[in-house]
Design a protein around this ligand. Structure first.
Ligand code: BMA
Length: 342
């Protein structure tokens, strides 16, 4: 077992060349590049769709491509997807943090992103086949809501969207269902932010789209701890049932990755690691996680799906189990978990 300098088990290993992309790699003037989504194209090229913050503070999305996923990036010479406030007023203050899912049934990628409206950040959807032209479907979740992604396949005949609305009872992860990708219902609380001093108290959100494994949907989520010195963004793990993704099977109590290196600790927003995408190697197990560091630059870290699942087995609490008779819920909320631990 490898331990980080803080003594906890290391599951994600930083690329030594981090940061792999910065604002200096863009041919037009930008303030910061961060929070990228990632995929491996059919020819093996890695494509990142990056959040790019311009010199007004508004964001758009821009693609960068690399043969090895680490170096020699070819960045689109102009923005790949700009806000379109004329037709979509909800994008007036920019578009941010894309989480993209390839949907085999449609033969298209579904880009779910934050659209920053005058009423706050909401969730929008666009479809694309090739990342050159985009079919916008508009807002699918009204503000305040973000950190959303689609599952790649229908669940019991319905599309499923994970998202993170903010309410007076905190910012928790929810899952909603739709039969046309436009109208959403059957809203269910999927994973609660914990409370008090927890690393994931008050505010959590999906990081990359869930990874489908034989044991369930593996979710890397971010937790936000508010401190007197500002927020700390760290990553944790949870596993959800394949057929009922609103049911959490396992969740880790501790974070698995947090800001440690200078490029994560200091930037426009200090102490942030924020992935929106990852690639899985042809072995089906090795991953490269792509994340924004300190809302300033883009970094990569290596891990393994098996390693993440093993860690959950050793360190996670079990919330529910699926047996021959169906799902048995053991604990229904993090609040009960807290009480059980007292
Ligand atoms: C979140 C999102 C991210 C950002 C993070 C830290 O709410 O807006 O885009 O990286 O805050 O500032």
């Amino acid at each position: 077992m490898v331990r980080t300098r803080y003594g906890y088990e290391q599951l994600l290993f930083r690329e030594l060349k981090n940061p792999i992309l910065t604002a200096a790699d863009w041919s037009y003037g930008v303030n910061a590049v961060f929070n990228p989504w990632a995929t491996l194209l059919s020819d093996g090229t890695t494509l990142l769709l990056c959040r790019v913050e311009d010199l007004r503070g508004h964001s758009h999305l821009c693609a960068a491509r690399s043969e090895d996923g680490i170096s020699n990036w070819v960045v689109d010479p102009k923005p790949t997807l700009l806000p379109d406030p004329e037709h979509h007023p909800e994008e007036i203050w920019g578009i941010e943090d894309p989480r993209i899912t390839y949907i085999p049934e449609l033969g298209k990628y579904a880009i779910v992103y934050t659209s920053y409206s005058r009423g706050g950040p909401g969730v929008s959807l666009a479809l694309t086949e090739v990342f050159h032209s985009f079919e916008r479907m508009g807002t699918i979740m009204s503000p305040e809501d973000k950190d959303a992604a689609l599952l790649p396949e229908r669940i019991n005949g319905l599309w499923a969207l994970i998202h993170r609305p903010v309410g007076s009872f905190g910012a928790h992860m929810w899952i909603s269902y739709s039969n046309d990708l436009q109208h959403w219902g059957n809203h269910r609380l999927q994973l609660e932010a914990r409370r008090g001093p927890w690393w994931d108290a008050d505010k959590i959100g999906l990081s990359p789209p869930p990874i489908k494994t034989p044991r369930g949907w593996l979710v890397i989520y971010h937790g936000v701890r508010q401190t007197a010195a500002g927020c700390l963004y760290r990553l944790g793990l949870a596993l959800f049932d394949l057929e009922c993704p609103d049911v959490c099977l396992q969740r880790g109590d501790s974070w698995i990755f947090g800001p440690e290196e200078t490029y994560e600790r200091f930037g426009d927003v200090n102490n942030v690691v924020f992935p929106c995408g990852l690639t899985v190697k042809p072995d089906g197990d090795s991953i490269i996680l792509y994340y924004g560091a300190a809302d300033t630059c883009i970094c990569a870290a290596y891990g393994s799906i098996r390693g993440l699942l093993d860690w959950l087995d050793r360190n996670g609490q079990t919330y529910a189990v699926r047996g021959p008779g169906g799902i048995r819920i053991l604990k229904s909320s993090s609040t009960e978990l807290e009480l059980a631990n007292v």
